[in-house]
Each structure stands twice: as structure tokens, then as C-alpha cells.
Ligand binder design. Sequence first.
Ligand code: SAM
Length: 247
Amino acid sequence: MKFDILTLFPAMFDGPMTESILKRAVERGLIGVTLHNIRDFAFDRHSVTDDYPYGGGAGMVMKVEPLAACIEHAKTGSPNGRVILTTPRGRPFSHAVAEGLAREEGLIIICGRYEGVDERVRELFVDDEISIGDFVLTGGEMAAMVIVDAVSRFVPGVLGSEDSAVNDSFSDGLLEYPQYTRPPEFRGLSVPSVLLSGNHQEIAKWRRRQSLCRTAATRPDLLEDAHISASDRAYLAELQKVAGSDG
Ligand code: SAM
């Protein structure tokens, strides 16, 4: 998977792309990350990349010409790359979106700044617009990092054990169960005894119920599309009954 990132602030990517799992993935050739400084594609003496908005209003808008040249340059190295604009107006990013994007040959991600980019960039070049949440960041760099990180986890071999992606939150539509490691007791809090029992069937049942319970408590909307069995349904009904009698 090849990532091309178009940004005015390439140094922001130094840490996230050069540590831990992503660093190893790059070293092993599983992913490639190329940073393109949009300013290098400015065409005037002062390397101007933004200008006042037509029609007036606050802030500046990223100019179309440097971005067009930068995207076209990135396309020469990644001709089939899907061009993504980071924007709060985009479709919501999610586990499923990340999984879908991981099937692309490459992603060319545009990081906006100021009030955003000239609309003609979207019209001429953009295949997909992605928002990482209903809030406004100062720039698209952190959104791009989130996309690169979440998509990379679906690239075969990037995670040490393929299992960890399978059991993660959202993989079956539910939030993950609580995790524990040694010591068995800390400040009066013990690890649930079932996890120490060695009974794998009981452990799986406990984890499933914890997932259901957490999801029902904090993200009940996820239950609508989750894979729910008849026994899951019975457990959820039991939870609701208990909640009803408590209230
Ligand atoms: N004026 C824009 C609006 O109201 O939609 C916000 C521009 S924001 C200050 C600057 C840049 O940050 C955007 O062009 C985009 O690249 C990025 N950005 C901000 N919030 C984002 C979000 N929730 N998801 C993805 N990108 C975001």
C-alpha cells in the first residue's frame, strides 16, 4: 500500500510515521509513505499557496494551481492512487471505511489548511472526501495520520498477529471486551476469575457478554448493524430488564 501525503507541514509526520508499527511496516516494505510539500509546487516567487476567498469572509483558501501540480506529481508515482480530501464535510471515517481503503493500490491524501481548499480541486481531482469526526481540526495532517494508521492495520503483515485485528473493537460491529494482564490483583482490584480459569469456552462467553454490555452502554447505535445471535439477544434483553428495574 502506497500513501502519498500532500501537506504544507511535512515535518508533522516525523514522529507518527517513524515509530513503532508504522515504522516497521515501512522498513519491511509493506507500506510506503511519501510526503509532498505543497509549497514546492507554488508557481510564484514567494511560494504563495493561499489567497483571500472570493466573495469575502474570514480566513484564507488554499490555491488550486499548487495543489493541482502537487496532485499530478503524486499521480505520476501512484497512477491508480485514490485521491482523498480530508474535510469535515466528508463521509465519516470508520473501521469499515478503513478496511475498504486498504484494498486500494494507493491513497493520495490532501491535507487542507486555513478555510480549506479551492472547490475546483475537489471537482477536478478528488475521488473521496473523508471526515474523521464532527469537529474541526486546524489542518488535515492529523486526519491523514489517522487514515494512514487505521488503513495500515488492514494491510496483511502489518500487525504482528493477524488475530489482533480480528478481535479489535468494531471488527464484529461491537466494542471490545476489557483486557487484563499481570498482576492478578492491583490496589484491591482483581482480574475476573474466569480469565484465570483456563476454561476457553467460559472465557469466550464472558468476553462476548462484556462486549455486548459495553456496546449497549456507550454505543447502542452499533447494535443495530452488529452480528447478534439469539443468545446475544437474550442477554441484551436481560441487561435491559436489569437497567429498567434499577431505574
Ligand atoms: N472551513 C472548513 C469547514 O468549516 O469545513 C474547515 C477548515 S479546517 C480549519 C482546515 C482543514 O483541516 C480542512 O481543510 C481539512 O483538511 C482539515 N480538517 C478539519 N477538520 C477535519 C475533520 N473533522 N476531518 C478531516 N479533516 C479535517
